[in-house]
Design a binder for this molecule. Structure first.
Ligand SMILES: *Cc1c(COP(=O)(O)O)cnc(C)c1O
Length: 453
C-alpha cells in the first residue's frame, strides 16, 4: 500500500533540525540529507561547501580559495560565475525560460544549432538536443541502431568500442564503457560490446587488426563509438590521430557508423575546436556536452549527417526517433552555450589555450629531467596535462596515491582529482600563468614528497 503523503510529516523535518542544535555547518546538514555521486559515504570526509565561484577559483564556507584545476569535472571553460554568460542567461530567463520542444521551437535552440553546424565538420547536418553527456551518447547509439532498423536491417545490433573507454553512467553507455568495478553489479544487464585494444603508442597494429577481424562480421555491427585522442575517465590515456583516422576509414568502408564522443574533448580542450579536427575522415555522429555551455548549465547535443536524418523520414510513424527529455533544448542552457561560444572564439581565449599548452610543454621537460624515477609517463594534448605516477601496484583507480595526492593538493588550495595514479590538469582556459606555475610547484613538491617515502 502506498503511504498517503501528509503535510504534517513533511513539516516534521525542519522541526527536528531546530531541536538539534548540533546541525549548524553546511557540511553537517549536507551529510544528514544528501547522497553524493561517486562517493563512498562510509569513509568519505564531509563535503566541502562552496559558497562562491569566480574565474578559476572556488571559495569555501571559511573563505578558503581553491584553484579549480579540473574545471569542475571537465565542464568549465571560461571560469566560474562568468558575468557575460550570467547576463545572457538572466536576460533569456525573463524572455522564455523553458518550453516543450516537440511541436515548438525557440531562437536560442535554432541559433545554437546553426552555430554548432558552422564549427562541426561539414558532413554534419542536424542537431538533436538532450540534457547531459550520457544522454547525448544514448541518443547517438539509438540513432545508429535505428538508422539500420528503419531500412529493414535488424541484424546490426553490435557496437564496437575501445576497452578502457567511458561514455556515461546510464545502462546503454555503461555497456559500451570499460567493464570495471564501477559497473560490475550491472554486468548481467549490459548488452554485448566488441572491444578494441586502445591504440596507444606501440599498440596501433593490434587495434587495427582487431578492427579488421570484427569487421568481417560487419553485417552485425551498427557503430563504432570512441573518445577521440584522449580517454578521460580511463586515466587521460592518449593516442595519435593517425590510427584513429585509419580505424574510422575501416569502419566506414564496411558500412559501420562512427560516433565521436567529444564530450570531454570538444570546444578547444585538445588545442583544436574538436579532437577529430586532427583527422581527415569525419565521424557520422558527434556527442557534445560538458564544455558546450562553458560548464554553466546542463545540455547535451548529438549531431548527425543528413543521410542518417533522412533514414528517419517516413509516413510510417514507427520510424520516428522516439527519444526526449523534459528539458530537451532548455532555452537557458542553449543561451549559456551561445554565450560560451562567443567567449571561446575570442582571440584572447585562443591565446590562453596556446599559453596553457606551451606552459605544459615546458613543465613536461622539467618533470622528465628531475623526476624521471617517480614518473611512469607524462602526456599532453592541447590544454590537458597528465602525469602517471610510478607505483608498484600498477595503474588502479583504487591506488592510495590518489587519496594522498587529493588531500595534498586540497591543502594547498588546488582542486585536483587524480584518476588512480594519474594526476592531471584540465583547467578553465582563463587560468593565469601565475596560477599554473603555483600548481606546477605544488606538483613538484608532491613528487619530492612521494620520492622521499
Ligand atoms: C563525462 C563524459 C560522459 C558523460 O557525461 P555526463 O554529462 O557526465 O553524463 C560521456 N563521455 C565522456 C567522454 C565523458 O567525459
Amino acid at each position: 500500500m502506498q503511504k498517503d503523503f501528509s503535510i504534517d510529516e513533511h513539516l516534521e523535518y525542519p522541526v527536528e533540525n531546530v531541536e538539534n542544535p548540533v546541525i549548524t555547518s553546511m557540511s553537517e546538514r549536507d551529510a544528514k540529507s544528501v547522497w553524493h555521486p561517486f562517493t563512498q559515504h562510509y569513509t568519505a570526509p564531509y563535503s566541502i561547501p562552496v559558497v562562491k565561484g569566480q574565474g578559476a577559483y572556488l571559495f569555501d564556507e571559511n573563505g578558503k580559495r581553491y584553484i579549480d584545476a579540473i574545471a569542475s569535472w571537465w565542464v568549465n571553460l571560461h571560469g566560474h560565475a562568468h558575468p557575460y554568460i550570467a547576463q545572457k542567461v538572466a536576460e533569456q530567463f525573463l524572455q522564455l525560460e523553458q518550453v516543450i520542444f516537440a511541436g515548438f521551437t525557440h531562437e536560442p535552440a535554432i541559433c545554437l544549432a546553426e552555430r554548432l553546424l558552422d564549427i562541426l565538420p561539414n558532413n554534419q547536418a542536424k542537431i538533436f538536443y538532450s540534457d547531459n553527456g550520457s544522454t547525448a551518447v544514448e541518443v547517438a547509439l539509438k540513432m545508429a541502431i535505428q538508422f539500420f532498423h528503419n531500412q529493414g536491417n535488424t541484424r546490426k545490433n553490435k557496437i564496437i568500442a575501445f576497452a578502457n573507454g567511458y561514455h556515461g553512467d546510464t545502462f546503454g553507455t555503461m555497456a559500451v564503457g570499460a567493464k570495471s568495478a564501477f559497473n560490475a553489479p550491472f554486468e548481467p544487464f549490459l548488452y554485448e560490446t566488441l572491444y578494441l585494444p586502445v591504440p596507444t603508442k606501440g599498440h596501433e597494429t593490434r587495434a587495427l587488426e582487431a578492427m579488421q577481424e570484427y569487421l568481417q562480421n560487419a553485417d552485425e555491427i551498427a557503430a563504432f563509438v570512441f573518445e577521440p585522442l584522449i580517454q578521460g575517465a580511463g586515466g587521460m590515456v592518449m593516442y595519435e590521430p593517425g590510427v584513429l583516422n585509419e580505424l574510422i576509414a575501416l569502419a566506414k568502408a564496411h558500412g559501420v557508423l562512427t560516433i565521436a564522443d567529444e564530450i570531454m574533448t570538444g570546444f578547444g580542450r585538445t588545442g583544436k575546436m574538436f579532437a577529430t579536427d586532427y583527422i581527415e575522415h569525419k565521424p557520422d555522429i558527434f556527442c557534445l556536452s560538458k564544455g558546450l555551455t562553458g560548464g554553466a548549465m546542463a545540455l547535451g547535443v548529438t549531431s548527425s549527417t543528413q543521410t542518417i536524418f533522412e533514414a528517419f523520414l517516413s509516413d510510417d510513424r514507427r520510424k520516428t526517433l522516439f527519444h526526449s527529455h523534459s528539458f530537451t533544448a532548455n532555452p537557458l542552457a542553449c543561451t549559456a552555450a551561445l554565450a560560451s561560444l562567443d567567449l571561446l572564439l575570442l582571440p584572447e581565449t585562443q591565446a590562453q589555450i596556446q599559453m596553457i599548452h606551451q606552459s605544459h610543454q615546458c613543465f613536461k621537460e622539467v618533470l622528465q629531467e628531475k623526476y624521471g624515477k617517480a614518473i611512469a609517463d607524462v602526456r599532453i594534448r592541447g590544454t590537458i596535462l597528465a602525469i602517471e605516477i610510478q607505483t608498484s601496484e600498477g595503474t588502479s583507480y583504487f591506488s592510495n596515491i590518489r587519496d594522498t595526492a587529493y588531500n595534498f593538493f586540497l591543502e594547498k588550495g588546488i582542486l585536483m582529482r587524480p584518476l588512480g595514479n594519474v594526476i592531471y590538469l584540465l583547467t578553465p582556459y582563463c587560468i593565469s600563468e601565475e596560477d599554473l606555475q603555483y600548481i606546477y610547484t605544488a606538483i613538484e613538491e608532491f613528487l619530492q614528497h612521494i620520492q622521499a617515502k
